[in-house]
Design a protein around this ligand. Sequence first.
Ligand code: GLU
Length: 497
Amino acid sequence: MTQSIQPVRVRFAPSPTGHLHLGSARTALYDYLIARKTGGQFILRIEDTDRKRLVEGAEQEIIDNLHWLGMDWDEGPDVGGPYAPYRQSGRKQIYQEYGDKLVEMGCAYYCFCTPERLAKVREEKQKSKEPPHYDRTCRSIPLEEARKRIAAGEPHVLRFKTPLAGTTVVRDLLRGEITFDNKTLDDYILIKSDGWALYHLAAAVDDHLMKITHVIRSSEWLPTSPLHSLIHQAFGWQEPVWVHLSVLLKPSGKGKMSKREAMELSGEGYSIFIKDMAKLGYLPEAVVNWVALMGWSYDDHTEFFTMQDLIEKFSLEKLNPSPAATNFSKLDHFNKLHIKELSDGELAKRLQPYYESAGIHAGLPMLEKLAPIIKERIITLDEAVEMTRFFFTEKADYTTDRILMSGCSSEETIACGEQVLNALKEQEDWSKESLDLAVRGLMEKAGKNPRQFLGFVREAISGQKVTPPLFESMEILGKEAVLQRLQNALDYIQENC
Ligand code: GLU
């Protein structure tokens, strides 16, 4: 049996310090997929011990974004569970107790160095080109003495007593054994002077208490992974399987995504934040498909996956540790594919909010009629509104530079337009097929090409450059509106051209 077939317990452990971005969404997705695939549990744990960096509303936004992507969880701050609380701010006492245990076992010590002294140590280390680690002054303070100083109210932190020699080996599922020379490690802080545990201790304790089997997380945690291993070892706990995911690179593939790049992307109609995806017209299905393939593949050719496909096909063994570029044209590509997959009724439902926010109260029956004719033509959902705006306006807006049949005078355009108008007045069968036959017949008689003739009819009924297919649009618009618009166009030419 491979590791991923046994039921896993995995956690997504965001810090509520900002918006959920692609990288975190990917971590959550992989957690979710492996939990669902193996019949295990997916846990949401909010890591909010860094009280200064908390952003109000961030936790709720993360929850909403994960739901939008189609994920749910078995345990979490909002759903409870056997290992509650799932918000680390509710577990301060637990971390204190485990910190004390480490002290008693001789694996941690109290440090009384002031921030000023620490800054000086750092500065000196930097000058002598050494890693800016703590110089371990307080490591030799006898515990009795330290306790007295604490009782007297002296500010202090708790530090891990990292072994001074030897190596620590972290076994990463994707990268194999990574050996760290203990000399290169710091005596990291476990609990700060305000009594709050830092991520390292809190996460290790919670991963143990919550029986986490696999820690799937961003590779930014690789450098401190030996500390996490050492904490587990100090307590004699079994370590979870460590899975450090690939780094996400900026679209050019050169370097990690920076804040500046993120800003530039938003100018191009893209975003790295999940909260923006709906507004930009992306389907959650497409975002999930796209994100899933940033560092995982099923084989070398399958690229279309629904969430259900992913649950069936996902495996940790196929994760790829090499950095992955964030390719937004791929997102467009997946959005197109997933839009095509939606039924007309479903697409109508997904489109409705975009019309509403454009101030167009398009009912679902109308949107359901439009769905099949725009399905193949839009990349993002919001594009539908512009493309079909003329269905919802009283009149089409004309401009003198576009209304005339290309290469034709106003007289010639009017003559052709009148022929169309008169013929369509007599038209009884208003199906797209009959309209197609009738209008093309007139075009041939007039000796015009489609760009000229159909271009004019398109402009006359819509006033738009880009529309869904002409005859389908005419059928949906209806006879009365089409005749009225042809008449309007002729009047406009008479008055303006
Ligand atoms: N709170 C950490 C973060 O947001 C979690 C890292 C982990 O999954 O262990 O990056």
